[in-house]
Design a protein around this ligand. Structure first.
Ligand code: ATP
Length: 338
C-alpha cells in the first residue's frame, strides 16, 4: 500500500520553483524522510501533501485516493510543526483534544482518546498544566499527542525536534521511531540533518534545488550515492572527492583502476586505513575524542582520513595510507555515479 503518491507534481511560486515536476511514492507504515539543504523544497513538498499549498501541476494521492483538490481538513493527515503551535492559554489536555472538539467528535470518544494519548506520551501528570509550564521536550510531546489523538493514518512532521538540545533531540528521535513502529503509522518527516534522517528513516528522499536526487534506504544511499551531491551530503564526515587525470589521482602517481568515463573518485574518510601503499604528508590533525581526523596531501588535493582517536599522528609527518578498491565511488562528468 502506498501512503503518498506524486505524479508529475510541481510547485512554481512565480519567483522560485520550489518543486520541479516530480514522481514520488512513499510506502504505508514507513518512516519517510524528506532531506536536503535549506531552500531545496522540503517544506513545500510536505505542505503540498497536507494540502496547505496547491500544486501548480500534477496529481497527489493519499492511500490511493486522489486528493489534489481536497482541502487539508479532509485529507486525513495530521501535522507536527517545528514551533509546536500550542495554544498558550489552554491546558495540555485542552490543546490535545482541541481539533477533536472542533470536529464535533462525541465527548466519550474524546475522553477515551485523550487518556490513550496522554498515556502513550507519558503526559498524564502534566495534563492540567499550560504549555508555558512545560519544558521544550514536554511541549513537543504535547504537539505529538495532538497529532496522534485524531487517529490520522498519515502524520506529517516539519523539523519537529530542531528546537530541542542535542541530547533531548536524540532521545526524542528514538521515542518517535518506537512510537511510529508500535502504531504502524505512515510518517513523512522533514529535516536538513542527515544524521537525523539516517538514524530514523526507512526511506530517505534527498532533494536538491526542487528536484528529487535519490530515494533509497539509509543503507543504500550511504553505500551507493547516486550523484556527487548525494555522496557529499550523506555521511557524518564529508566524502573526499578527488579529481582524476589519466587514471591517476591528479597531481600524484597514485594509479587507480578507474572506469573510462570517470572524472573523479570518491572515498569516505572512514574507508581509508593507516598503513598501505600510498605515502602522503599530513598537513594538520583534528582530535575529536573517538576519532583523529587527519588532513593529508595528495598532490594539491586534500584527503581527510578518519583514524582512531588513540592513534598518535603529528602534523608535518609522512604517513602511509591505503583503501579497499571496493570502497571507491566513481563519478562522471555530469556528477552521476558510474
Ligand atoms: P528550509 O530547510 O530552509 O526550511 P526547505 O527545503 O523547506 O528550506 P522550502 O521552504 O520548501 O525549502 O522553499 C523552497 C523554495 O521555495 C525556496 O526557494 C523558497 O524561497 C521558496 N518559497 C517557499 N515558500 C514560498 C512562498 N510562500 N512564496 C514564494 N516563494 C516561496
Amino acid at each position: 500500500m502506498t501512503a503518498v503518491t506524486f505524479e508529475q507534481v510541481s510547485k512554481d511560486w512565480g519567483t522560485a520553483i520550489a518543486l520541479h515536476p516530480s514522481d514520488l511514492s512513499l510506502q504505508a507504515g514507513q518512516f519517510s524522510v524528506l532531506l536536503g539543504p535549506s531552500g531545496c523544497g522540503k517544506t513545500t513538498t510536505l505542505r503540498l501533501i497536507a494540502g496547505l499549498e496547491a500544486a501548480s501541476a500534477g496529481r497527489i494521492s493519499i492511500f490511493g485516493q486522489d486528493v489534489t483538490n481536497v482541502p487539508p481538513s479532509h485529507r486525513g493527515v495530521s501535522m507536527v510543526f517545528q514551533n509546536y503551535a500550542l495554544f498558550p492559554h489552554l491546558s495540555v489536555a485542552e490543546n490535545i483534544v482541541f481539533g477533536l472538539k472542533v470536529r464535533g467528535v462525541a465527548r466519550s470518544t474524546i475522553e477515551e482518546r485523550l487518556k490513550k494519548s496522554l498515556d502513550l506520551l507519558s503526559l498524564t501528570p502534566y495534563q492540567a498544566r499550560k504549555p508555558g509550564q512545560l519544558s521544550g521536550g514536554q511541549q513537543q510531546r504535547v504537539a505529538l499527542a495532538r497529532a496522534l489523538v485524531g487517529d490520522a493514518k498519515l502524520c506529517l512532521m516539519d523539523e519537529p525536534l530542531s528546537n530541542l538540545d542535542a541530547q533531548l533531540r536524540q532521545e526524542m528521535r528514538h521515542e518517535l521511531r518506537v512510537l511510529q513502529q508500535e502504531l504502524g503509522l505512515s510518517v513523512v518527516y522533514v529535516t536538513h540533518d542527515q544524521t537525523e534522517a539516517m538514524s530514523m528513516a526507512d526511506r530517505v528522499v534527498l532533494l536538491k534545488s526542487g528536484r528529487i536526487e535519490q530515494v533509497a534506504t539509509p543503507y543504500e544511499i550511504y553505500q551507493s550515492p547516486g550523484s556527487l551531491f548525494v555522496a557529499q551530503f550523506i555521511g557524518s564526515s564529508r566524502m573526499n572527492i578527488l579529481t582524476l587525470e589519466a587514471g591517476r589521482i591528479a597531481g600524484t602517481d597514485i594509479a587507480l583502476d578507474a572506469p573510462r568515463q570517470a572524472v573523479c573518485v570518491g572515498i569516505r574518510p572512514e574507508d581509508i586505513r593507516l598503513g598501505g601503499p600510498y605515502s602522503m604528508s599530513v598537513s594538520h590533525t583534528e582530535f575529536t575524542g573517538a576519532d583523529l581526523m587527519l588532513h593529508a596531501q595528495a598532490g594539491s588535493q586534500t584527503i581527510v582520513v578518519r583514524a582512531e582517536g588513540a592513534q598518535v599522528v603529528r602534523a608535518q609527518t609522512e604517513i602511509l595510507l591505503g583503501w579497499d578498491a571496493s570502497r571507491l565511488h566513481w563519478f562522471d562528468e555530469s556528477g552521476l555515479r558510474i
